[in-house]
Design a protein around this ligand. Structure first.
Ligand SMILES: O=c1[nH]c(=O)c2[nH]c(=O)[nH]c2[nH]1
Length: 325
């Protein structure tokens, strides 16, 4: 980091009693969320990172005189991350070294810096034998974040009736194609462009309520049921074309209710995690749906419950479970 001994004596701040000296400094853009989809074949790959770039060098004039002649904007640092991602990430280490070499090579007063990345691991959603995507290899364009979700359970007993609601939070899934959003009403505040090709990503929070009769019979194996429901939710997410997250949730619930007669209803709370295509044209690069800005907020929030046509009373068992409509 740079140390400087230039004081404010000759500046507009002169006349203050204290001589202030610029000490260590660095600056840049923090947590640039970049998702790179490689789609040269039908079998997509994704690389998902949060990158922080900070430059070090002689930035005295900016701090002392308000002279930005050496301040490579943080916005440019962000764009550079996106531009470099067009070529792929490879490894976070390699990617950061490329950035470091670039900034120190391009701007001679940038003598160093600090570059940091977090990479989020995704795995292909497992598919069952007999589907278009072979079970051994996992799905071509549907992914689940590794090891993120938390399983949960609530039991409410009232007299002889035992209600069991099981669920999970934080099951983060993404499909890199086979999703669109068209046909919505437009008014003077509508700027969203219709698209038939977008990334669909969400953190699934789901809860499902068992029939009290099935619970009372003692026949429910809750561990097996949990594993299977999780697999069915994932399978429902992967299958077919998604016209909206709402429709995909219906498909996921349908699978669970078809396969599990002991479950009466399924509820979801799912953020629509928007991925915006980055315009790389100003940098002379094309972007055929490969480099995305993963926004964290605001996000769509899609909540829905699905149930059999006729179900037993829930005995207010949902009371106190927050985050669902
Ligand atoms: O799947 C979606 N559902 C929506 O309700 C919605 N609204 C929006 O702007 N984008 C989307 N996407």
């Amino acid at each position: 980091m740079t140390e400087n001994t230039i004081t404010l004596e000759n500046t507009a701040a002169a006349g203050r009693a204290t001589n202030v000296v610029l000490g260590k400094n660095q600056y840049g853009k923090a947590e640039v969320r970049v998702v790179k989809v490689t789609r040269d074949t039908d079998r997509h790959e994704i690389e998902d990172l949060s990158v922080t770039s900070q430059l070090r060098g002689d930035f005295t004039a900016a701090h002392v005189d308000g002279d930005n002649g050496r301040v490579v904007p943080t916005d440019t640092q962000k764009n550079t991350v996106y531009g470099f991602a067009r070529e792929g990430v490879g490894s976070p280490e390699q990617f950061l070294i490329r950035l470091a070499d670039h900034f120190t090579g391009e701007f001679d007063w940038v003598t160093g810096g600090r570059w940091e990345a977090e990479q989020y691991a995704w795995e292909r959603i497992a598919t069952r034998a007999g589907t278009a995507h072979s079970a051994a290899e996992g799905h071509d364009h549907s992914f689940v974040r590794k090891g993120q979700e938390v399983r949960n359970a609530v039991v409410v007993k009232d007299g002889d009736t035992v209600q069991v609601i099981s669920g999970l939070n934080g099951l983060t899934v993404l499909k890199s194609t086979q999703s669109g959003f068209v046909g919505y009403p437009k008014d003077r505040f509508t700027t969203l462009e219709e698209t038939t090709e977008r990334i669909l990503a969400t953190d699934v929070s789901a809860r499902w309520r068992y029939s009290p009769a099935a619970v009372a019979s003692g026949s429910v194996d809750f561990n097996r049921s949990y594993d299977d429901v999780r697999a069915l939710l994932l399978e429902g997410f992967t299958e077919g074309y998604s016209y909206a997250l709402q429709q995909t949730l219906f498909q996921m619930a349908q699978k669970v209710l078809d396969a599990h007669p002991e479950i009466e209803e399924v509820r979801f709370s799912t953020p629509n995690k928007h991925h915006f295509l980055v315009d790389l044209a100003p940098f002379g690069l094309d972007n055929p749906n490969e480099v995305f800005y993963a926004a964290d907020r605001p996000y769509g929030l899609i909540e829905a419950s699905f149930q059999r046509e006729s179900i037993s009373p829930d005995g207010n068992a949902w009371d106190g479970i927050t985050g669902f409509c």
